[in-house]
Design a protein around this ligand. Structure first.
Ligand code: ADP
Length: 190
C-alpha cells in the first residue's frame, strides 16, 4: 500500500499535485480542508463550528479532523493507498494517523514536503482568492495567520517524519510538471 502525506504551507500546491498523484498511483485523496468545506456546504453543525475558525485562519480542533479521517479510512477498507493532503497538521494528528493506519495493518510510506517561500505563498493565495470563492484566501491578515499557524503547529511535523526516516523535501517553485517529476522520483525512491 502506498500511503503518502503531502506536506507544505498553505498555497504550496498540495491540491494541484495531489490530483496528479491520485491519477498516477490510483490513490484515494483525503483533504481535511475539502472535507471541512463539504461540511460547511452541507450546513452541518460541525461545518458551522469549523467555519468560524477557518475564517480566522485558525486550525480546527484535532478531535474533529481525526474523526473525519477515521471514518474515511473505515469507508475505504480495500483502498490501494491514500494521499493525505492538509492532514496531519499537528503532532497529535500525526500520532493519531500512525495509530489508525497501524490498526489496519499499514503505515505511512513517506512524507513529501513542498518547499515554497512565504512571499510567494501570500501572492499565490491572494491570486487564488480572486476566483476560488474561499473567504480565507481573500484577506492578507487571514493568510498571514494561516502561515503563522503552519509555522507554529505544523512545521514541526517535518521533524516527526524525519525521525521515522520518511521525510523528503521537494522544491515547490517552478513548472508544475517539474514539481510532479520530483515527487515521482521521491516516490520511486521510497
Ligand atoms: P490551505 O492548505 O490552503 O490552508 P486547507 O483547505 O488545507 O487549505 O485548509 C483550510 C483551513 O481548514 C485551515 O486554515 C484550517 O482552519 C482548516 N483545516 C484543514 N485541515 C485541517 C487540519 N488537519 N487540522 C486543523 N484544521 C484544519
Amino acid at each position: 500500500m502506498l500511503n503518502l502525506v503531502l506536506f507544505g504551507p498553505p498555497g504550496a500546491g498540495k491540491g494541484t499535485q495531489s490530483a496528479m498523484l491520485v491519477e498516477k498511483y490510483n490513490l484515494i485523496h483525503l483533504s481535511t480542508g475539502d472535507l471541512l468545506r463539504g461540511e460547511i456546504a452541507a450546513g452541518t453543525e460541525l461545518g458551522l463550528e469549523a467555519k468560524k475558525l477557518m475564517d480566522q485562519g485558525i486550525l480546527v480542533p484535532d478531535a474533529v479532523v481525526i474523526g473525519m479521517i477515521r471514518s474515511k479510512l473505515q469507508q475505504n477498507p480495500n483502498a490501494g493507498g491514500f494521499i493525505f493532503d492538509g492532514f496531519p497538521r499537528t503532532v497529535a494528528q500525526a500520532e493519531a494517523l500512525d495509530y489508525l493506519l497501524n490498526e489496519s495493518g499499514t503505515s505511512i510510506s513517506g512524507m513529501l514536503a513542498l518547499v515554497v517561500e512565504e512571499e510567494e505563498l501570500v501572492s499565490r493565495l491572494l491570486n487564488r482568492g480572486k476566483d476560488s470563492g474561499r473567504s480565507d484566501d481573500q484577506n492578507e491578515d487571514i493568510i498571514k495567520n494561516r502561515i503563522k499557524e503552519y509555522n507554529a503547529k505544523t512545521a514541526p511535523l517535518a521533524e516527526f517524519y524525519n525521525h521515522q526516516g520518511k521525510y523528503t523535501a521537494i522544491k515547490g517553485v517552478g513548472k508544475i510538471e517539474e514539481i510532479s517529476a520530483s515527487l515521482n522520483d521521491a516516490i520511486t525512491a521510497m
